[in-house]
Ligand binder design. Structure first.
Ligand code: C2E
Ligand code: MG
Ligand code: MG
Length: 719
């Protein structure tokens, strides 16, 4: 006998359990002890019946069966084993050696057949062999089962992933895609197999998506994440947003095909981020828009302005920033309530928006303030036109429930690059210009000028200087002739203030008038100008120029003063100046501000014989209604319309209209800003004979005027 070898059980480390069945006690005994000698765990059954009982009660790895037994034979036991313990192997040990018996036994599932009398060595070898095979078989089954389980587990994980999971080959064709794609996009995984991933990219994202997911771009160190829109199919809503992450597959770690024969090179996930995108879009909208008017807010406006400035700088172009502030909004809001105020803001927004072109940005800056960006304008004129449009758009009344309300708008304009090189400066300067509109009677527009924005230190020193100027008599009055173009005679002189600043030289009204108005020094300044002018022109009148007219400009603040008429008349009388030789120039906006009071004052003045002229006519936004309700004598056509004559723009038609209207109303008309022969001829042709402008020279100091007045004609005097 061979020395005992370690026994082997396929299912555990325990010795194999063997059932030995024979009706011959001696044989049973010797077989059992032979096997026990090899440390198998042996159970004996003296017949088929007992064997079946044991099979019902215990588990065996192997049964060694005699075939021929009384009552229950070996075949019956084999059937029982097949039924109850299919994992138990069977070796037949039988004296029966006919071919039929052997083949029958093998067909019933016996693993081997040993003939009695047996050679113990041969028998043990057979037992070891069968048990070994069985163990292999079982571990194979076991592995198979684990594989199936693992496969099911992975399939479950992949298909129940909330994301689309995919594999692509080197060119970007699908090798695999999980079933989530059907739920999310409506494609069956099968139909995508072999198709290129670009087929499901939204058209807008094809270029970007194909570039980003192009194989060579993706490396282990540089996995690709990008957001794209993917096309949906069937009844699904619009295309959805996905966040795609793709990684390369290392062929050494995973040298397999993707299930459809293509070699998978990339794998990845696509996560549906549509909801997040929509939420982001909404938050974004909220962050950059005003929810009441749905206009861009301050932040977005600044952003767009910043971009526009960069562009304008590069292209050497201009741009305009407007600052709009509603007039009378506060009153309406306070009296009709906030709900009405809100409705008004919405209605105002709608009207303003209708005046804009694509590319302009109107924003609600806060409260009743709006800002407007006009990128790439050609000239001030473009901005001027829009400002006029905006003002007239708000002119018609707004219907709020049963209330009809009127709002005006004051607009400050700053032009890049003149009025500021950066965003904050442009906005701030437009704001400053807007305040000047408010200060000068509201409901109009003004371009920013340097004089408006002297910084605080400068401003304080200029303010101090201006006070000193009044004391030291640094303010000078220059006179600009108004000439009758038929006779070439000087018919009037417009008094224009100048400041002979000891350090800065000669300053013009635009440099200091805004400051004078803000600091209320304007009253003393005007008094000084009127004094001087009455003295100068009064002398010339007395010297023989009897009809010479003195035109003086008045600031709204002066006119609005309750004692305006008295103060003016006291001054005029003090100089013995003939009131009928005095013409005061006021602007339309001033009149519109408080029509009732102003017309009362103007009537009083007119009764004293003082003439009244509307300066810069055509630039304000008053209804023409006031013209025949007020004692007006002269309209002064604004320079901008006269300028347009030269350039041959529509403005020339406005000149025609104004002149025709003035004739119809029997008003005198003075055209300002005449510089060329062409303009002069054009105006003459229309019957406008009084002109003022550099054609006859600029405004000059009194001594120059005095010398030349003797000649009486402007041409000869070469003003
Ligand atoms: P304005 O009353 O419309 O005066 C006409 C302005 O146009 C003057 O500028 C004049 O020099 C200028 N001008 C006249 N002809 C031409 C021309 O052919 N081409 C060009 N480019 N310009 C021409 P100025 O003296 O700088 O005055 C500016 C404004 O300041 C005046 O506009 C007036 O509104 C205001 N102003 C001037 N003096 C006084 C004053 O004493 N009191 C008040 N309250 N305002 C004044
Ligand atoms: Mg004037
Ligand atoms: Mg004027």
């Amino acid at each position: 006998m061979k020395p005992a070898q370690p026994d082997y059980s396929p299912t555990s480390d325990l010795p194999a359990r063997i059932l030995v069945v024979d009706d011959e006690p001696r044989l049973l005994e010797s077989l059992a002890s032979l096997l026990r000698g090899r440390h198998y765990q042996v159970t004996e059954a003296g017949g088929g019946r007992r064997a079946c009982q044991l099979i019902d009660e215990e588990t065996f790895d192997l049964a060694m069966l005699d075939l021929r037994m009384p009552e229950v034979d070996g075949f019956a036991v084999m059937s029982h084993i097949a039924n109850r313990q299919p994992g138990c192997g069977v070796i037949v040990v039988s004296g029966e050696s006919s071919f039929t018996a052997v083949s029958r036994a093998l067909r019933r599932g016996a693993l081997d057949y040993i003939r009695k009398p047996f050679d113990p060595e041969e028998l043990l070898a057979t037992v070891d062999n069968v048990l070994g095979k069985q163990s292999l078989l079982r571990s194979h089954d076991h592995i198979q089962m684990r594989l199936e389980k693992s496969e099911a587990l992975h399939r479950y994980i992949v298909n129940s992933s909330p994301d689309i999971v995919f594999m692509l080959d080197g060119e970007g064709h699908f090798c695999f895609v999980n079933s989530k794609i059907e739920t999310l996009l409506g494609y069956h995984p099968q139909e995508l197999s072999g198709r290129h991933f670009r087929d499901i990219l939204d058209d807008r994202d094809v270029a970007r998506g194909t570039y980003a997911l192009n194989g060579p771009n993706i490396t282990a160190d540089n996995p690709r994440t990008l957001e794209v829109r993917l096309k949906t199919r069937g009844s699904r809503r619009a295309n959805r947003h996905f966040e795609i992450t793709a990684f390369p597959i290392d062929p050494e770690t995973w040298p397999h095909t993707g299930g459809n024969g293509r070699e998978a090179r990339y794998y990845g996930t696509a996560r549906d981020v549509t909801e997040r995108k929509e939420a982001e879009a909404f938050i974004n909208f909220q962050a950059y828009h005003d929810l009441l008017t749905r206009l861009p807010n301050r932040a977005l406006f600044k952003d767009r302005l910043e971009l526009a400035i960069t562009h304008a700088r590069r292209e050497n172009q201009k741009l305009a920033v407007m600052f709009l502030d509603l007039d009378r909004f506060k009153v309406i809001n306070d009296t009709l309530g906030h709900a009405m105020g809100d409705r008004l803001l919405q209605a105002v927004t709608q009207r303003l928006e209708r005046c804009l072109r694509k590319g302009d940005t109107l924003s609600r800056f806060g409260g009743d303030e709006f800002t407007l960006l006009l990128p790439s304008i050609h000239s001030h004129e473009d901005a001027r036109q829009i400002a006029r449009k905006l003002i007239s758009a708000l002119r018609a009344p707004f219907q709020l429930g049963e209330h009809e309300v009127f709002v005006g708008v004051s607009i400050g304009i700053s032009i890049f690059p003149e009025a500021g090189a950066d965003m904050d400066q442009l906005i701030q300067n437009a704001d400053i210009a807007m305040y000047h509109v408010k200060a000068r009677g509201k409901d109009g527009y003004r371009f920013f000028s340097e004089s408006m924005s002297i910084d605080t230190a400068n401003r304080l020193s200029l303010e101090r200087d201006l006070r000193l100027a009044l004391e030291r008599d640094e303010l000078k009055v220059f006179y600009h002739p108004q000439v009758c173009s038929n006779s070439n005679r000087v018919v009037g002189l417009e008094a224009l203030v100048r400041w002979q600043h000891p350090k800065r030289g000669l300053l013009y009204p635009r440099d200091f008038l805004p400051l004078a108005e803000e600091t209320k020094l304007i009253a003393r300044l005007s008094e000084r100008v009127l004094d001087q002018a009455c003295r100068d022109v009064g002398n010339w009148i007395r010297a023989g120029h009897r009809d010479l007219r003195l035109a003086v400009n008045l600031s709204p603040m002066q006119v609005e003063h309750p004692r305006f008429v008295d103060t003016l008349m006291e001054q005029v009388r003090a100089h013995g100046f003939p009131p009928q030789n005095l013409e005061i120039e006021i602007t339309e906006n001033l009149i519109m501000n408080d029509l009732e009071q102003i017309s009362q004052k103007l009537r009083e003045l007119a009764d004293f014989g003082v003439r009244i002229a509307i300066d810069d006519f055509g630039t304000g936004y008053s209804s023409l209604n006031y013209i025949h309700r007020l004692p007006i004598h002269t309209l002064k056509v604004d320079q901008s319309f006269v300028k347009a004559i030269r350039s041959g723009e529509d403005g020339a038609c406005i000149v025609n209209a104004i002149i025709a209207m003035a004739h119809g109303l029997k008003l005198e008309i003075v055209a300002e800003g005449v510089e060329t022969d062409e303009q002069l001829a054009y105006l003459k042709n229309l019957g406008c004979h009084q002109v003022q402008g550099f054609y006859y020279g600029p405004a000059r100091p009194a001594d120059v005027i005095e010398k030349n007045l003797g000649h009486l004609t402007a041409k000869a005097a070469s003003f």
